[in-house]
Design a protein around this ligand. Structure first.
Ligand code: MLT
Length: 431
């Protein structure tokens, strides 16, 4: 018999169906709650207990530290796959055949160029503009260059053109934003290179000299992008879904996702980690003092990059990145006092009962910040790199929402303001 939950409101009992996922996760289906209770709604600020959708893309078990894309463990994908293969898997649901993969990578290569007028927009930003703001604006602006993307009834092939354009142009835009922030000329895409190699060349290369891609860095980048590619209904992904649910163009939904990712409580945390380490360093580098500050309830200081909203034991991505960051630092022979502080914070917090009992272990943002720094990316670009990795996940989640013809996202509220009162003209109000 199908499982049901009984809800008793005053003397009335209402049966609510239970929905079970493929990994046996259970949810109480409250879609008929208001109708069957005469207007009761649920209350769950921050959606900690709310399933906003069913989804067949990413499975995450925060208690056991499991993360799978379309059923494939993140450990296997990070070790054996490539970012574009993972992007294909997330967006189309299966790993590609050889022909499908050749077609997919081929069409991405064809679309790497970005309209020259976009480059001109970049020329006019103030020098210290945060790159996330520019990226969000540029992605939204792409809708102006591809107006057919506004047609919500266009065919599957046309939708796919937008998907390919987004994947192809994001690395170019990210690198161009960086180049313009430095006052350097942009580097145009080199379609003879792979996705990651081309990105590294556009980002770190100069028109004045040959750029040789370091395979250690390229491999680490592949891993980082794979690990960030999707994370089910997080803040930015939920934003992409909700903006997309109004049938705004995909470019606008992705641009909104980038804006949501920007904040230090989400993707911006990787930048905050390095800024915290810099503060500790400029204060003399006494990391023990800062650990004590973090433990002191009266002190507002909090360690950035520790703990996670849904992982209660460990973040499986952090485990993989920790190893990758150790490898990269070793192979590149990097010696950076900031990274020494990070290593010391990590060493102590993993053993200290205060952090262990509160499950405040270093998370994905802690290690990704370290590895990006070691590779040579400037701190303000870290969150942009997260966006580059998260793009396929956002697209996949948007596509799923559209294919299922989900209704517009429209949460309810419990109103706590004034009840009805009479308007008084200003002359009749207190002085
Ligand atoms: C993410 O990857 O989106 C972050 O870990 C945040 C989250 O999942 O809530």
């Amino acid at each position: 018999m199908a499982e049901k939950v009984v809800l008793k409101i005053k003397k009335k009992e209402i049966e609510l169906p239970v929905i079970t996922g493929s990994e046996k996760e259970k949810g109480i289906d409250i879609s008929k709650l208001r109708a069957s209770t005469g207007g009761y709604t649920t209350y769950d600020v921050g959606y900690k207990n709310t399933g906003a959708t069913t989804s067949a893309i990413t499975f995450l078990d925060g208690e056991k530290g499991i993360l799978r894309y379309r059923g494939y463990p993140i450990e296997q994908l990070a070790e054996k796959s490539s970012f574009l293969e993972v992007a294909y898997l997330l967006i189309y649901g299966e790993l590609p055949t050889k022909t499908q993969f050749t077609d997919f990578t081929g069409s991405i290569s064809k679309h790497t160029l970005v309209h020259e007028d976009i480059r001109k927009f970049l020329d006019n930003y103030p020098e210290r503009t945060h790159p996330m703001g520019q990226l969000s604006a540029m992605i939204c602006s792409l809708a102006a260059f591809y107006p057919d993307s506004l047609d919500v009834n266009r065919g599957e092939e046309e939708v796919n053109d937008t998907v390919i354009r987004l994947l192809a142009k994001l690395p170019t835009l990210v690198s161009w934003i960086y180049k313009r922030s430095q006052g350097h000329p942009v580097i145009y895409p080199d379609n003879s290179l792979g996705y990651v190699e081309n990105f590294l060349k556009m980002f770190f290369g100069y028109p004045t000299e040959e750029y040789k891609v370091d395979p250690i860095i390229a491999k680490a980048m592949q891993k980082l992008l794979i690990l960030h590619a999707d994370h089910e209904q997080n803040c930015s992904t939920s934003t992409v879904r909700i903006v997309g649910s109004s049938h705004a163009p995909l470019y606008a939904a992705i641009s909104a996702g980038i804006s949501a990712l920007w904040g230090p409580r989400h993707g911006g945390a990787n930048q905050s980690v390095i800024e915290m380490l810099q503060n500790i360093q400029s204060d003399g580098g006494d990391y023990k003092k800062w650990i004590e500050k973090a433990k002191d309830k009266k002190d507002p200081f909090r360690l950035m990059g520790f703990g996670h909203r849904v992982y209660k034991n460990f973040d499986p991505r952090a485990k993989i990145i920790k190893k990758a960051s150790d490898d990269v630092l070793k192979k590149l022979g990097i010696n950076d006092p900031l990274l020494d502080i990070a290593k010391n914070l990590e060493r102590i917090t993993l053993k200290d009962d205060y952090f262990v009992s509160r499950k405040l272990y270093p998370n994905v943002d802690f290690y990704s910040g370290i590895i990006y720094k070691a590779i040579g990316f400037p701190t303000e670009m870290f969150t942009v790199l997260f966006a580059l990795g998260r793009l396929p996940g956002w697209i996949a989640q948007w596509k799923e929402m559209m294919t299922e013809k989900q209704p517009i996202g429209r949460p309810r509220q419990i109103y706590t303001g004034q009840t009805e009162r009479k308007y008084a003209p200003i002359s009749k109000r207190k002085k």
